[in-house]
Write a protein that binds this ligand. Structure first.
Ligand code: PGA
Length: 277
């Protein structure tokens, strides 16, 4: 089923087995990113009006940058306040210093946190500097902390060419929680440009697990470009398998993929709804 450009609401990719999954094809990454940013802004404001916190799950990488840019613009030009916002980032390289050029602490500061009025103690990013022996306890605490906030209201995701969400690489099962993982070679290859050589790319990372992600109330996954088309198709239309951790999102009750034309290229026409904005 395919909608017209004026369609007011997203269409569901609704087979019996994936009733909570919808897929939107948007004209370009900018339009898709603004749509997600607007949804996040509306959620923050709604929660603020109820005197409640808004808990966001945040992602790094090139994909969400436009969302953060739009949120910063909404803060500056539309008075969107992040005072009631609590954030949990998906992952961090391990080990890594927070001030390293490639650390996700630095990425989040530069892309978002330095430009908005978030309370710094409400920001959570897995700590790449703790002792190896302390990691399991730290990871348990991370999941527990998310739970004590009432859970993530909206989780922003990208998808890696391996099918990873967070750093849940092929082999990650549906029941995984926050933990230390080995990075897939393809993921490390994709990171070479940031680290200036394969030898400098970390072997390990701390990541929220597949189950930690699936606990989120809403999930919005952005994917842009033809290099994502094949994995997006397999994650959405293939069977759920730990060979493609993103495929487990099919079991979620409110997950939306927002794709540009190139990333949606391999999907069957019946899967996507098209929107102009
Ligand atoms: P990218 O990474 O946004 O840089 O393509 C996405 C991911 O690995 O989740």
């Amino acid at each position: 089923m395919s909608s017209t450009l004026e369609s007011p609401s997203p269409l569901n990719h609704s087979t019996k087995s994936t009733p909570g999954l919808s897929v939107l094809k948007l004209p370009d990454p900018g339009v898709a990113s603004k749509r997600v940013a607007r949804e996040i802004g509306a959620l923050i404001r709604q929660r603020a009006s109820e005197n409640r916190n808004c808990v966001l799950g945040l992602a790094t990488g090139s994909t969400p940058i436009r969302v953060y840019r739009e949120l910063v613009r909404m803060h500056r030009e539309e008075g969107l306040s992040f005072h009631n916002v609590i954030t949990f980032n998906l992952d961090e390289y391990f080990p890594i210093k927070p001030n390293a050029a490639q650390s996700y602490v630095r990425f989040m500061n530069e892309q978002l946190f330095d430009h908005i009025d978030i309370v710094r103690t409400n920001v959570h990013i897995p700590n790449g500097t703790i002792e190896l022996e302390a990691v399991p306890g730290y990871c348990r605490d991370y999941d527990e902390l998310i739970a004590t906030t009432g859970g993530i209201d909206l989780q922003l995701l990208g998808i890696g060419r391996t099918g990873h969400i967070g750093f849940n690489e092929p082999g990650a099962t549906q029941d995984t929680r926050t933990r230390l993982v080995k990075l897939d070679n393809l993921t490390r290859l994709d990171a070479v440009k940031d680290f200036g050589g394969m030898d400098h790319v970390p072997l390990l990372a701390i990541t929220m697990g597949v189950d930690s992600i699936l606990q989120s109330h809403r999930i919005r996954l952005l994917a842009f470009g033809e290099h994502k088309a094949d994995i997006v198709q397999r994650a959405i239309e293939g069977t759920m398998t730990s060979a493609i951790p993103a495929s487990f999102l099919q079991s979620h009750r409110d997950v939306q993929y927002l794709l540009d034309d190139a990333a949606a290229e391999c999907l069957s026409p019946s899967t996507t709804g098209e929107l102009s904005q």
